[in-house]
Design a protein around this ligand. Structure first.
Ligand code: NCD
Length: 305
């Protein structure tokens, strides 16, 4: 029996019992989807682009017997373009539907939406803040690969300052025991101090390093991420290319990993992860994307239980 859940805003809100409940439900959904959303309506309101998150949430609702409404590019296709506040839009949308899935360019958007919504609100990734349902599917994928999360040594690599998936994953790992995280990034793109403080409070061992080479052979998993170009103030092509090259994972890098170690990526990827890795046993990223459907079905089922 999974504990009740209303909104899903940040990774810190989950406890281990809830996570276990959602993951065992996700296993079940793979075999036999429930009909928990029969005659219920999910509104997907996306102010930023999305492939996996939006389509897997929409598919999850349909597979659970529900219906879907919504808008992509909501900053332009909704009344936001006419100057309507997020709060007003959410008040109205929540009077039409049974749940709102929101992706937004501002870090606190899901929280603000939850404050005025009459129905549950789920963050589908907000600004440079968090992307909690990505972390759920990331942890679920690690559990599937390893059998457990406790005792994991993982390297989080890339744009850790602006990447909301890395933030949510780090917070969620704080729920487990004997975790070691190596943050691999240039000093200017390292993990924010608030997350480091949280990890210290939760007895997670962590270190910050610049070179992936130093750790690739010792970790259980590498979680690599895209440089978040759209979130940087002064984009410069050559600087991005250098950064991607510095942390590039290709088949040769993969071959240096220890037995059973694997490579994760929230996707979409750019040149930081090359396609020659895709057919190797280390590649776990398409598994992550596929697992996202079942984890999101389990989350929706839990919210409507
Ligand atoms: C991520 C996101 O939107 O934060 N994508 C996703 O949902 N899998 C990662 C990214 O855009 O880099």
């Amino acid at each position: 029996m999974v504990q009740s859940l209303r909104h899903c805003i940040e990774s810190q809100q989950f406890d281990r019992e809830q996570l276990k409940g959602i993951f065992r439900l996700a296993d079940k959904m793979r075999q036999t989807p429930s009909r928990k959303m029969r005659s219920r309506i999910l509104a997907a309101i996306f102010y930023e682009p999305s492939t996996r998150t939006r389509l897997s949430f929409e598919t999850a609702a349909l597979r659970l017997g529900g219906h879907v409404v919504g808008t992509e590019n909501a900053g332009v296709f909704s009344s936001a373009i006419k100057g309507e506040t997020l709060e007003d839009s959410i008040k109205v949308i929540s009077s039409y539907c049974d749940i709102i899935i929101i992706r937004h360019n501002e870090d606190d958007a899901a929280e603000r939406a939850a404050q005025v919504s009459s129905v549950p609100v789920v963050s589908a990734g907000c600004g440079k803040g968090q992307h909690p349902t990505q972390a759920l599917l990331d942890i679920y994928t690690i559990e599937k690969r390893r059998g457990s999360i406790d005792g994991l040594h993982i390297a989080l690599v890339g744009d850790l300052l602006n990447g909301r998936t890395a933030h949510s994953l780090a917070y969620l790992l704080g729920k487990f025991d004997d975790i070691r995280i190596t943050f691999v990034a240039p000093p200017t793109l390292q993990i924010p101090p608030g997350i480091r403080e949280y990890l210290t409070r939760h007895n997670v061992q962590y270190e910050e390093i610049e070179s992936l080479q130093n750790v690739i052979g010792t970790v259980d998993a590498v979680y690599t991420t895209r440089v978040q170009r759209e979130r940087m103030n002064s984009p410069s092509g050559p600087a991005f290319a250098r950064l991607e090259a510095q942390y590039r994972i290709d088949a040769e890098m993969a071959s240096r990993m220890k037995d059973g170690a694997f490579i994760m990526h929230p996707l979409p990827r750019n040149s930081e992860l090359t396609t020659d890795v895709d057919s190797l046993p280390q590649a776990a990223y398409f598994e992550q994307a596929a697992n996202g459907l079942y984890v999101r079905m389990a989350l929706l089922h839990t919210i409507f239980s």
